[in-house]
Design a protein around this ligand. Structure first.
Ligand code: PEP
Length: 250
């Protein structure tokens, strides 16, 4: 039985006040829920968030990393630096980075390997554009991104990764994949994991859904057999909605 994981991607938002308010809103719930919670704020808040969650079940992560571990990369953050701030997780391959910063599958793979070497668990995002879905290419695109992200990694390393299926047309648009569309793509991803990794990896790896998850649709999405949690953007900044999504993961 895979545990549910709810991950909050704050993107380029948040504040010191939101850290306190969100933890206050989540704390009554944490004793009652078995689901895992990860908050991924902008890097500047990592250290403060790490201190603030001490003694709770919440974990912290970053939204991006460079594949190199040090050097002349102005403005970038390395895995050792994230580790020093307490990051336990890091998103790689988010569609905003793929599209706005032209990140390639090769660069993303380098980031994943570097994170794993530094004990940080990657959340690998994969997903198709609307055009790719409408032309019937979506399965091929997602399977190719998955393969480039994970194949050839040691089994132990694959087991440290989480995959987030995020159809690009559903991110920040208010347009959610139907529970059936999401569940069916998750099933394809799990089947592919069996051939590119092993049946153990396919069975154990958590596959999250991301794309306009909110307090209203979380219950239905999270009750699908293949959906092991959610990567939440916009609604993860709301102190009323995010705890409700965590509660839906119970
Ligand atoms: C995301 O950024 O990963 C995301 C899923 O955003 P939203 O929930 O706002 O669609």
């Amino acid at each position: 039985m895979r545990a549910k994981l709810i991950a909050a991607n704050w993107k380029m938002n948040g504040s010191f006040a939101l850290i306190d308010e969100m933890l206050k809103a989540l704390s009554p719930l944490l004793e009652k829920t078995s689901c895992d919670v990860v908050i991924l704020p902008p890097d500047v808040f990592l250290f403060s968030l790490k201190k603030a969650i001490e003694g709770t079940r919440i974990e912290v992560g970053a939204q991006n990393v460079h594949s190199e571990t040090s050097g002349a990369f102005t403005g970038e953050t390395s895995a050792p630096l994230l580790q020093a701030c307490g990051a336990q997780w890091c998103i790689v391959g988010h569609s905003e980075r793929r599209m706005l910063f032209s990140e390639t599958d090769e660069f993303i793979r380098g980031k994943t390997e570097t994170l794993l070497r530094h004990g940080i668990r990657p959340i690998l995002c994969i997903g198709e554009t609307l055009e790719q879905r409408e032309s019937g290419n979506h399965e091929e695109v997602v399977v190719a991104q998955l393969g480039k992200g994970l194949s050839g990694l040691a089994a132990d390393d694959q087991l440290r990764c989480v995959v987030a299926y995020e159809p690009i047309w559903a991110i920040g648009t208010g347009k959610t994949a139907t529970p059936e569309q999401a569940n069916s793509m998750h099933r394809i991803i799990r089947k592919e994991l069996e051939s590119l990794a092993s049946s153990e990896v396919a069975d154990k790896m958590q596959i999250l859904y991301g794309g306009s998850v909110n307090a209203e649709n979380a219950d239905t999405l999270l009750s699908q057999s293949e959906i092991d949690g959610a990567l939440v953007g916009g609604a993860s900044l709301k102190t009323d909605a995010f705890p409700q999504i965590v509660a839906a993961g119970n």
